[in-house]
Design a protein around this ligand. Structure first.
Ligand code: DON
Length: 578
């Protein structure tokens, strides 16, 4: 089910077929409103699911722009990809409109009643499951207000139209994808712990098979209300009380007041230049953009581009760079409590120092890699990602998540939405690794209203007329996966299809291991081991969904062959290679 849609006419036709079918089914084909110009060519969408990509393409074909299509795709994912798509979670969007980059933070926050010790038992020892399963694991959802805010600022089509494809999918039904059926079977034990969740997703205790038509009438009603009145339909009134009731009944602390108080935040994106391209990515409370910026900055200084693809030298430099970026990550947290800032960690002097520390043909043990400190520079103290580009070259990269698959497992029965388990992204117990093996710092301690540190890295990059939007799920592997795809494009100049498909590696400081996808280190394993790297084979490093628009209306969309994602260009005939 690999769908790398390059700009070949046949692929473009697939995209438009989806778009047209969905458009007419949603009653959108003849719609006019909010100054909608006639549809123009060259847009592209890539996401984790074919129905969701079709929703985004339909919105582009109806004259919507990249923001409209990103919101429509994200909301469709909330229906057809419940493992990660959501209204009960949060995320980030980074993009570029009319040449101006932006970053929107709709990350969850800790409820007002959260405390630094809430994930410790009475003996002070960590109770690991508490931050992953059940309602104490849930942060205050950011998606309902976040997606609305993205559309409010940049959207072109009326809001109800953008929500319409998701309403239709929930109301009329959709065929369960292979991916989702597999995930439901895999997470059966989690889902079975909560009867209301099981009643929807494990009918009779059995996970539904792929291809089964699923209808979600209560979610459809919620989405219809969201379409009619906006986020207040989800985060205030009866809906908010329903979320509070579910949480309380299972021992959680999330309240309707938390939901009403939540606000997304527009932030200055992390900006840097890399190999002749301009890049914008997500700032704190995500570490993603900083890790990406540090990685590109160090690799450029270390002469990474001169080594051949797949060589031991290239992989070594990637590992050493990622190791150091993740060592600095331990200082990061919510912007209000972080112990280091983007300005400090992307300071050219610090990047030069990090590049100089890397030894040729010799791994530095992680135990010897110290995080940045003010004295360091002598002069001075199953997440899901979608990418969209429109005919005007506007781009949105949006990553949204419940954290673990199906979040904390708790479904709010009145609304048919799952709650996240994002609280596990905090430092829940010092010295203990989280779900992604990350050992985190004091700056990321739990506190009421705080945003938990993320690794998500929705990113846009541009050079002249060319625009690229990309990102991935994969926990701590997100910034390293995103970096390797970006580097393949900006350094090696390969097609997006090849950039996404290339085998990848990952290092995150702790554990001190160089993770290699099956083919990534094959030709270099002996050398890398001799240089002191501890190699570990891993299934996959992220799942990148990327789009690109080039000169003359050329558009390309690629869903990662590592997963069953879906990509398309819209409309047919406009996409061609330059
Ligand atoms: O924000 C973060 O970094 C994590 N909650 C992301 C989770 C994720 O990527 C799950 N998907 N594989």
């Amino acid at each position: 089910m690999v769908r790398p849609v390059t700009a070949r006419p046949v692929a473009a036709r697939v995209g438009v077929f989806f778009a047209t079918a969905l458009l007419s089914a949603a009653g959108l084909a003849c719609s006019v409103g909010k100054g909608v110009p006639p549809p123009s060519g060259g847009g592209a969408v890539a996401s984790a699911n074919a129905d969701a990509t079709a929703a985004g393409l339909a919105i582009l074909a109806a004259g919507g722009n990249a923001a409209d299509a990103a919101v429509a795709t994200a909301l469709a994912l909330a229906v057809v990809h419940p493992e990660a798509g959501n209204l009960g979670g949060g995320g980030f969007a980074v993009g570029r409109f009319d040449g101006e980059p932006f970053a929107l933070d709709f990350r969850e926050v800790a409820p007002a009643a959260a405390t630094a010790t809430m994930f410790l038992g009475s003996d002070g020892a960590p109770v690991p499951e508490r931050s992953l399963v059940g309602p104490l694991a849930a942060g205050v959802p950011g998606s309902p207000r976040g997606l609305w805010e993205l559309h409010r600022r940049f959207g072109r089509l009326p809001w109800p139209r953008v929500v319409a494809p998701a309403v239709r999918l929930a109301r009329e039904g959709f065929r369960l994808s292979e991916r989702e059926a597999t995930a439901l079977a895999r997470e059966r034990a989690l889902l079975a712990r909560f009867p209301e969740t099981a009643a929807v997703w494990l009918e009779g205790g059995v996970p539904p098979a792929a291809g089964r038509v699923i209808r979600l009438p209560r979610l459809a009603a919620l989405l219809a209300a969201y379409a009619a009145v906006g986020p207040d339909a989800v985060v205030t009134g009866e809906a908010a009380l329903a979320i509070e009731r579910t949480s309380r009944a299972l021992g959680g602390v999330l309240t309707a007041a938390d939901l009403a108080a939540y606000r997304p935040v527009w932030r200055e994106p992390v900006r840097f230049a890399a190999f002749g391209w301009q890049v914008a990515s997500m700032p704190l409370p995500s570490s993603g953009g900083i890790i990406l910026g540090q990685s590109c900055g160090v690799l450029e200084r270390a002469g990474w581009a001169r080594w051949p693809v797949g060589s031991a030298e290239r992989i070594h430099l990637l590992a050493e760079t990622f190791r150091r970026a993740f060592a600095d990550r331990v200082l990061l947290g919510d912007p209000a409590t972080t112990l280091a800032t983007e300005r400090e960690l992307l300071d050219p002097r610090w990047l030069a120092r990090r590049a100089a520390e890397i030894r040729a043909q010799q791994a530095t043990p992680s135990a010897q890699v110290r995080a940045w400190d003010p004295q360091a520079v002598a002069e001075r103290p199953e997440t899901t990602h979608l990418s969209v580009v429109d005919a005007d070259g506007n781009a949105v990269a949006l990553t949204t998540t419940l954290n673990g698959s199906f979040g904390c497992g708790v479904l709010v029965p009145e609304l048919e939405i799952l709650l996240n388990n994002e609280m596990d992204d905090f430092t829940t117990a010092f010295g203990t690794a989280n779900l992604y093996g990350l050992v985190q710092g004091e700056a990321n301690a739990v506190g009421p209203g705080k945003r938990m540190l993320s690794s998500m890295a929705p990113t846009v990059a541009w050079r002249g007329e060319e625009v690229l939007a990309l990102g991935a799920p994969g926990g701590s592997r997100i910034p390293t996966a995103t970096a390797q795809v970006l580097l393949a494009v900006v350094v090696d100049g390969v097609s997006l299809e090849e950039a996404v498909a290339r085998p990848r590696v990952h290092h995150q400081w702790l554990p001190d291991e160089l993770f290699c996808e099956p083919d990534a280190c094959r030709g270099a394993a002996a050398e890398l081991a001799a240089w002191g790297h501890r190699l570990a084979e891993t299934g996959k490093v992220g799942e990148v969904h990327a789009v690109r628009r080039g000169t003359g209306g050329y558009a390309e969309a690629v869903a990662d062959p590592r997963g069953p994602g879906s990509a398309g260009v819209s409309p047919a005939g406009t996409a061609r290679r330059p």
